[in-house]
Design a protein around this ligand. Structure first.
Ligand code: IMP
Ligand code: MG
Length: 192
């Protein structure tokens, strides 16, 4: 059965916000170059769109992490599945992430990346769920605060589906309910 998705943030609003974030980053790093670190897979649509709206030189690198937990929550035990290709030494780094939920992933990852001697490191997230925060994370560039709902689209998935939706949507509770109830039993490693 196809899940029912309702629109939370329409495509035009997401795109306008990313354009705004790109302009802010371009202004804040004027005269410099910025090194974007995209957290796979969720951050990839956001990172590409953001990069298009940055007017200073941009380089891109990718990292994939996984955390032990169930499909909808992370435990904070983070494993680097794919490490960066390039050195971040001396670079003005901006981490690009789809969503900050419990905050555990980035709370772990940022200190690890700081040890690699970037010149600076900031975090840019498309979405934030402040009500879910369990570990402190400073978000320097934020698209939207959203309520505590499981969202999909613009890179975000539900069981690997819906990443390609051009808007931010919510899987209707009745459609998601059955699987969500069974979820706590199904602990394992999940890719972000
Ligand atoms: P954390 O709880 O802040 O560590 O969130 C880690 C990851 O969980 C995010 O990068 C997403 O990949 C995933 N995630 C959290 N909330 C959602 C959601 O509402 N939809 C899809 N993925 C989510
Ligand atoms: Mg993610």
């Amino acid at each position: 059965m196809a899940d029912k998705i309702s629109v939370l943030i329409p495509e035009e609003e997401v795109n306008a916000k990313i354009q705004e974030l790109g302009a802010r980053i371009s202004e804040d790093y004027a005269g410099k170059a910025v090194h974007l670190i995209c957290i796979l897979k969720g951050g990839v649509f956001f990172a590409c769109e953001l990069a298009k709206h940055i007017t200073i030189p941009v380089s891109l690198d990718f990292m994939q992490v996984s955390s032990y937990g169930n499909a909808t929550s992370s435990s904070g035990i983070v494993r680097i599945k794919k490490d960066l290709d390039d050195s971040m030494e001396g670079k003005e780094v901006v981490i690009v992430e789809d969503i900050i939920d419990s905050g555990r992933t980035l709370h772990y990852l940022i200190p690890v990346l700081k040890q690699r001697n970037p010149k600076s490191i900031r975090l840019c997230a498309l979405l934030n769920k402040p009500d879910r925060r369990e570990a402190e994370v400073q978000i320097d560039y934020l698209g939207f605060d959203i309520p505590d709902e499981f969202v999909v689209g613009y890179g975000l998935d539900y069981a690997q589906k819906y990443r390609n939706l051009p808007f931010i949507g919510v899987v209707e509770p009745d459609a998601a309910g059955e699987e969500a109830e069974a979820e706590p039993e199904k602990k394992g490693e999940t890719v972000e």
